[in-house]
Design a protein around this ligand. Sequence first.
Ligand code: HEM
Length: 391
Amino acid sequence: MPTIPATDVDLHTESARIDPYPIYARLRELGPVVYLSRYDLYALPRYDDVRAASTDWQTFSSARGVFVDPVVNAQLEGITLCSDPPEHTALRSVLGRPLRQDRMRELTPRIEAEADRVVAELVERGRFDVVADLAEHLPMTVVSDLVGLPGHARRKMLGWAEAVWNTQGPADERAAAAMPAVQEFLTFAAEEAVPGTIDPEGWAAHLYRAADRGEIAREKCPMVMLDYITPSLDTTILAITNTIALFAANPDQWDLLRKDRSLIPHAINESLRLESPVPQFSRVLTADHDIGGVPLAAGSRVALLYGSGNRDERHYPDPERFDITRRPGDHLAFGRGEHVCVGMHLARLEIGVLLQRLADRVHRFEIRHSRPLINNGLRGLDYLEVVVEPA
Ligand code: HEM
């Protein structure tokens, strides 16, 4: 019987958060399943196994949490991300209503107008921080308006969301430091973001109306409301920033995109593949299960390493190369299957509109300074100062 290779490698050190890719390559070499002894986790580092696990919720359950730390996993059981059908189906159908692909048409003019304004201003300025000045703009203005939160919350949203992501790894110092902000966020969701203070036309209010119609339990509303905030901000901000950094480093690809705008959707996929903002989530096995010929016992927690699968040389030839003609629509950065990112159409719209406007106005990006984000659940840049040469 094949044995499972084990390693005490730590995917949550500062250097691993900045550059996990050499570790991922070693894990892919070791086998289809590798035991991460530090966190009692079985990691799936290869594309095919991550994809198969994501699309088999009956065996790979989300209902016992999808993070690393057992305490956080126990606390978050029952939220959309951490549930299985049929409960998951009911929550997701209410949550996903305003995020459906056919609803994006209504949002497009507003997002285009905002993108137009911000890109024109930044190109005029010539030098700016992509994170704070460009990437944060659409998620922070448009999305917060759509959710319809009371004004003071908007200033805090980003800090709250980043704190929640920091609890998604092991119970380390980063997670401990995030706890007060997480608590504040939960209190806000339960006590302040309620009918009477939220915009009656916003997405948050629509959840409470769905509860009134009996579609979801009313006590679920605060947690489901958090699903509009926590996963929608930093993920998209990181994706936009990573995309600009990749185009700055690969000017030939920027020239290609400027000449042929039909490449924009492929460029978004290629950027997400190469620099996945959410490197992993986990599942728990509901039954004994064989992965690539290796038997795993029911109850094992299995980490789906999206960021590693997306660079698997078995699936993507020359995986480290940024190539917007590659068309990697099958990447894992939004997950797959039952829990595939419910906000992906919005994220694609925001990134796509920004790329359109930038392609109209920018000939070259030149990176001056950058700083990595150190976060337990996310990966990307925290700061990216560029100089742009106008078109
Ligand atoms: C580029 C940006 C984004 C990335 C990379 C991303 C990534 C992901 C990933 C990997 C998952 C799968 C979870 C799993 O496998 O368990 C997911 C689920 C989810 N995402 Fe996103 N996301 C992005 C943008 C957004 C936006 C804009 C929203 C909301 C407006 C959002 C809301 C959600 C929610 C609620 C889920 C849970 C879905 C479920 O469990 O059924 N995401 N996302």
